[in-house]
Design a protein around this ligand. Structure first.
Ligand code: KG4
Ligand code: ZN
Length: 341
């Protein structure tokens, strides 16, 4: 069975072809960084328009790369939420109309389920059940994953997501959008011991909070600004490293507590912040200390992509029927509303 996956929830257009028993046959990704950079963040209307321009040629390109035709597809999966409504509508409309024309099912996919299951595309895929640390731009959650669609959120952020904190602190440091990866790069040359930033809610249950940390960073750097508001490269790198250490420490501590509380022996890292090298190293170290196996998909499978949507769509193929589809686009969609396929 061949499933085409379409991801357009935010600022990346992703298309991939998944074939059961084979894996990802071809994939393409188009980033909108150049479009949004001048504005310091994602401009929703520009995101929608760029998805419209890129999507069809990318679908054609993926099919060409895989050496298959439209008629070889068995289903088309698309991100139905959560995300920007206009952006979701682009992928949903294209996937649904193409599926209708081909008389195959269109399968709406939950973006976070895509992130959660991305690890299954790796050679050493985890078995269920596992603990997932899902850290993206909009979400920071600890989830007990018993199977596809069997998710129990056991901890989450009370305010900002980890990725959001990375992006906001990056902006304070004058780094360009997208902030997270830029900040991580700057942190590599910084001294993580220089500034003692708080580890919010340490040892206080499984919930997280990152907005106080962001404020602490803001207050700490103010006195270091010169008359023009500029910071030295040294201060910027040290703030980046110290901030990253605080987030990594916090997330690692929460994972340790969650592994203990659930008795689970496998930890899966998912979502864009999962691409962070320091976080990956710290969680690998935690795994060694507590005897848990840690799985993290390669960075390209952590950040948004079409492959995870194609795969999650395949997991949800049962019951999906051809016919006039209803385009599903839900800007808000709690993960624990999902049920098993
Ligand atoms: O999962 P994702 O690609 O999109 C969402 O579903 O939100 O996550 C994007 C988030 C952004 O906040 C971005 O700054 C962050 O992940 N991110 C990183 C890194 N790469 C992406 N944060 C820290 N270090 C990175 N290397
Ligand atoms: Zn995402």
């Amino acid at each position: 069975m061949r499933v085409l996956g379409v991801e357009t929830s935010c600022d990346e257009t992703g298309v991939a072809l998944y074939e059961a028993g084979v894996g990802i046959r071809a994939e393409r990704l188009a980033s909108q960084i150049a479009i949004h950079a001048a504005f310091g963040g994602v401009v929703p209307e520009l995101a929608s328009r760029d998805h419209i321009a890129k999507l069809l040629p990318m679908v054609a390109g993926v099919l060409e790369d895989a050496g298959v035709g439209l008629r070889d597809l068995d289903a088309i999966a698309y991100t139905a939420g959560p995300g920007l409504i206009g952006a979701l509508m682009v992928g949903g409309s294209l996937a649904s109309s193409l599926a209708y024309a081909l008389k195959i099912p269109a399968i709406p996919v939950h973006h976070l389920e895509g992130h959660l299951l991305a690890c299954m595309l790796e050679e050493s895929a985890p078995e269920f059940p596992f603990l997932a640390l899902l850290v993206s731009g909009g979400h920071s959650q600890l989830i007990e994953v018993a199977g596809v669609g069997r998710y129990r959120i056991i901890g989450e952020t009370l305010d900002d997501a980890a990725g959001e904190a990375f992006d906001k602190v990056a902006r304070l440091l004058g780094l360009p959008y997208p902030g997270g990866p830029e900040l991580a790069r700057l942190a590599e040359s910084g001294d993580a011991q220089r500034f003692a930033f708080p580890r919010p809610l340490r040892n206080q249950g499984l919930d997280m909070s990152f907005s106080g940390l962001k404020t602490a960073v803001r207050l700490t750097i103010e006195p270091h600004r010169d008359a023009n508001g500029a910071l030295t490269d040294r201060v910027r790198a040290d703030v980046a490293a110290s901030f990253q250490a605080a987030v990594v420490d916090t997330l690692t501590g929460k994972c340790r507590q969650a592994l203990e509380a659930t008795g689970l022996e496998r930890l899966v890292v998912a979502g864009g912040v999962g691409a962070n090298r320091s976080l990956r190293a710290s969680l690998a170290d935690l795994g060694r200390r507590v005897g848990a196996r840690v799985y993290y998909p390669r960075p390209a499978l952590c950040t948004d992509n079409g492959a995870m949507i194609a795969y999650a769509g395949w997991c949800r193929r049962t019951g999906a029927e051809a016919g006039l589809p209803r385009i599903v686009a839900k800007p808000r969609w709690p993960l624990d509303e999902l049920t098993p396929p």
